[in-house]
Design a protein around this ligand. Structure first.
Ligand code: SF4
Length: 392
């Protein structure tokens, strides 16, 4: 499968309850809304294929990613209907890599076998923590024991890859507490781990609690310590980080779908709030609210709520940000070919090399572990200097 084949993202907006930190486009699931959802996505696939939003001669999708929300809430027949509709309207690479996000409470042997039979090759489990108090704080619906059981069942079900999502930097979380989570994850030995720092978004329950002073976020120093612990611990245990938040036991276990976002590969998104990118300069997005999305589809308007054209400066900033977040860093020759400047030649680079934030060789400019913790800030700084050099 070519890594440059486009990716397909399918947004399933339903969750059995809304977690207090979540700022995704989600709704509390209701049987009625859920039952008609697969037909809605099928209608969108047909609309997109007929409208020219996605070129009919585009290469086949190399990855299909069911995200959300909680795709594991959909019945097997609904997932099948969505995949069939995709196949009827778009080209699909014969070796397509299908990934599905699942919550531990939805995992049992029957469903795992069903997902495998649908062609799902990679399962992402939203474990978030192995600590009962942390799970309660995060508003999750599973216990640590259920999480362990779900991971063990998934690992025995024959997927090419099983990934666990974990969240750290919770208020009051100690280095030891987080290390215990990592130790449990490593004991279970999945192929892939994603470890995200808790981000408190304004329009969430946690955002409200923060405004009232009832939720105190972890300070910058502790965040950096937890970030570095995560990378050191997992590297030493055999799961080296290949992106700021992602860790794999072997290169074959790295996320094939997310990589497309990081490389500016074209991707199509279906479902409320889904974003799409044509691989050039156009990005567009669907109506985020399920009701609005449904209405747009019912009235023949199509799901697209907005679009933007990315100019060269915007694409360059994105390219620097995305590349500095990955272990490969910036490919200097490719970057220069694309944007007319070698990022390693800007004024601030020698200083950041001396400070141990960046590493440089003939081909690539990358972050060190210390630099990785501050990757976005470094990217902004580099990009600002590049803008001055090229006279923007
Ligand atoms: S399960 Fe995931 S998508 Fe659903 S509300 Fe919680 S964090 Fe958001």
């Amino acid at each position: 499968m070519a890594t440059s084949s486009p990716g397909l993202y399918l947004h399933v907006p339903f969750c059995s309850a809304i977690c207090p930190y979540c700022d995704f486009a989600v709704v509390k699931s209701s049987g009625r809304q859920q039952r008609s959802f697969a037909e809605l996505i099928a209608a969108e696939a047909e609309w997109v294929a007929g409208s020219g939003q996605w070129p009919v001669d585009a290469a086949g999708f190399g990855t299909i990613y069911f995200g959300g929300g909680t795709p594991s809430l959909l019945a097997l027949g609904e997932l099948r209907r969505i995949l069939d509709a995709v196949g009827e309207n778009f080209a699909i690479d014969p070796e397509v890599w299908i990934q599905l996000e699942a919550n531990p409470e939805d995992v049992d042997e029957e469903r795992l076998a069903g997902w495998r039979a649908l062609g799902v090759r990679s399962l992402s489990l939203g474990v978030q923590s192995f600590d009962a108090a942390e799970l309660a704080f995060l508003g999750r619906r599973h216990s640590p024991e259920e999480a362990v059981r779900a991971v063990e069942l998934a690992l025995g079900a024959g997927f090419d890859s099983v990934s666990l999502d974990l969240i750290y930097a919770l208020p009051g979380q100690t280095v030891e507490g987080w290390r215990r989570n990592l130790e449990q994850a490593v004991r279970l030995a999945p192929g892939h781990l994603s470890c995200y720092e808790l981000t408190v978004h304004e329009r969430t329950l946690f955002g409200k609690l923060r405004r009232r002073g009832e939720l105190i976020e972890v300070g910058e120093e502790r965040r950096v310590a937890l970030f570095e612990l995560t990378h050191r611990f997992l590297r030493d245990a055999g799961w080296p980080g290949y992106e700021v938040s992602n860790f794999a036991r072997a290169p074959a276990q790295r996320s094939r779908h997310n990589r497309k976002y990081w490389n500016h590969t074209p991707y199509l998104g279906l479902g409320p709030s889904a974003h799409s990118f044509d691989g050039g300069d156009r990005r567009w997005w669907n109506e985020p609210r399920l009701g609005g999305y449904r209405r747009r589809m019912a009235t023949g308007q199509g799901p697209v709520a907005g679009e933007e054209r990315l100019n060269r400066a915007a694409l360059r900033l994105e390219a620097v940000m995305l590349a500095l977040r990955t272990v490969e860093g910036i490919d200097r020759v490719n970057f220069k070919r694309r944007f007319g400047i070698d990022p390693a030649t800007v004024r601030v680079v020698p200083q950041r090399l001396d400070e141990g934030m960046l590493r440089l060789d003939e081909h690539r400019l990358r972050t060190t572990l210390a630099g990785w913790a501050l990757a976005d800030g470094l990217a902004l700084e580099l990009d600002m200097e590049m803008a001055m050099v090229v006279g923007e």
